[in-house]
Design a binder for this molecule. Structure first.
Ligand code: NAP
Length: 259
């Protein structure tokens, strides 16, 4: 028996990138996975098809997050797909990217980041709680932007800081119901979608790798494997934690090797 056999999961933003890898990994571990997407249904259907070809179970749920209707749409699709089964695992992964430096940030961009990256996960959790089993897992994807001062990511980092605080606080609030609440903080993670971002300017990827203790960029499956640990019974005693899954980015100066 696989370690998540009989469990159910929803992964927001699972049509592509890190969310897709998480959905595939949880399904490979035996969970029935709701593959949420915002607008790219074709990509979500492809994720579902990949899971099913590998022998797993999944269904797609579309909902544009960022307003109250989005959360309603997500749970309408989730309830239909779960057909009365409880929810075991919620992964809040969907997020909009950094909006750029403060000089050019607009109030609209700021509100959008907080609507999708903070308000949506909070109210998705609120709606998920009554559906959760007594072995519930809530995992929200943060970022190392909360501990690394990146000059173009202030509003994004502020939002990720908010979900880390949310996870810490909710862990204490929800523990009595048997629910663990954690955050996972990736560093620079190269996916099928964003690979080009790391390839310009020339040398950028090598520069980022050189800031990382393990000397490479992350891959989506590096993040998915850490999420799978927290989602499993092996992660039962970990709650209120932010798990840095960055290969050790920006830990300190790298000592040149002495050969
Ligand atoms: P991505 O490739 O941009 O994928 C984002 C996913 O979220 C997509 O499935 C997208 O759906 C969905 N989404 C975005 N906005 C949405 C909205 N308003 N409503 C509903 N769905 C929405 O992202 P990623 O690079 O894999 O990142 C995944 C998570 O890791 C995010 O929380 C991100 O902040 C975090 N992270 C990533 C990195 C990195 O280097 N990649 C580093 C640190 C943290 P559609 O496909 O339908 O648009």
């Amino acid at each position: 028996m696989r370690r998540l056999t009989g469990r159910t999961a929803v992964v927001t933003g699972a049509s592509r990138g890190i969310g897709r890898a998480i959905a595939e990994r949880l399904a490979a571990d035996g969970a029935l996975v709701a593959v949420h997407y915002g607008s790219n249904q074709a990509a979500a259907d492809e994720t579902v098809a990949t899971i099913q070809r590998a022998g797993g179970s999944a269904f797609a749920v579309g909902a544009e997050l960022g307003d109250d209707q989005g959360v309603d749409a997500l749970f309408a699709g989730l309830d239909e797909g779960l057909s009365g089964r409880p929810l075991d695992i919620l992964v809040n992964n969907a997020a909009v990217p950094p909006a750029g430096p403060i000089d050019s940030s607009t109030p609209e961009e700021f509100d959008r980041i907080f609507a999708v990256n903070v308000k949506a996960p909070f109210f998705v959790i609120q709606r998920a709680i009554p559906r959760m089993s007594g072995r519930g897992r809530i995992i929200t994807i943060s970022s190392v932007a909360t501990r690394m001062a990146n000059p173009t990511q202030t509003s994004f980092a502020m939002a990720k800081g908010a979900v880390e605080t949310m996870s810490f606080t909710l862990a204490n609030e929800l523990g009595a119901r048997g629910i663990t609440v954690n955050a996972v903080a990736p560093g620079a993670t190269k996916t099928d979608v964003n690979a080009a971002l790391f390839e310009q300017p020339p040398g950028f990827e090598a520069y980022l790798a050189s800031m990382t203790a393990l000397d490479r960029l992350g891959r989506a499956d590096d993040i998915a494997d850490a999420v799978a640990f927290l989602a499993s019974d092996d992660g039962r005693w970990v709650t209120g934690h932010v798990l840095d899954v960055s290969g050790g980015i920006h830990l300190g100066p790298r000592v040149p090797s002495r050969t």
